[in-house]
Design a binder for this molecule. Sequence first.
Ligand SMILES: N[C@@H](CCC(=O)N[C@@H](CS)C(=O)NCC(=O)O)C(=O)O
Length: 202
Amino acid sequence: MLRVYYHPLSTFSQRVRISLLEKDIPAELVEVDLPGRAQFQPEYLSKNPYGRVPAIDEDGWALYESTAILEYLEATRPSPPLLPPDPRGRARVAMHMKLCDLEFSGPARSILVPKRFLPKEQWIVEPMEKARAKIDKHLSILETEIQGKEYLAGDRFTLADVCYAPFLQFLPTLEVTPGPAIRSWAGRVVERPSVRETRPAR
Ligand SMILES: N[C@@H](CCC(=O)N[C@@H](CS)C(=O)NCC(=O)O)C(=O)O
């Protein structure tokens, strides 16, 4: 049995839940009480010693880090595929997944965590502004990359789009300035049923 540890407001958990829906994978969803700090209790730390969601457990075997989980699900449940069939296509998806975390979701967190969960008086504006500038630079590169494509790696929705999806929902909150190709791609991604259904309430 596949068990997925998550929190409904967690963007990284949402990646895994999108993949479950896209691939129609049955799983038991276990909500980890992050506000109650259940992620630091020994029971959960045995799943992920870093005390973060998501994590999975399948027949007593645990795995954490959202991208590793996505790849495991893809390897064990390849149909329907969220990866291209050819080595070059797969390599491009791997590149985009890595760049998503380095250049987008990492800095996005520095803006989203305070904006979503802290009162304005507690925001530390300088790192938030730096993060916004980093994201804008990344988005200008991505704008060229995505020209003429339906999805990030071509015609089909792949793990590259799955990694971006939870953060594309928050483009307005990030107050960044995406170009027209990114805006239209983001619209397609956030309207997918798997993304809508797993969208955090705030
Ligand atoms: N690199 C990790 C990031 C996971 C992560 O940051 N999860 C957040 C929720 S979105 C978390 O569990 N935070 C709990 C805490 O920091 O105490 C991944 O891709 O899975």
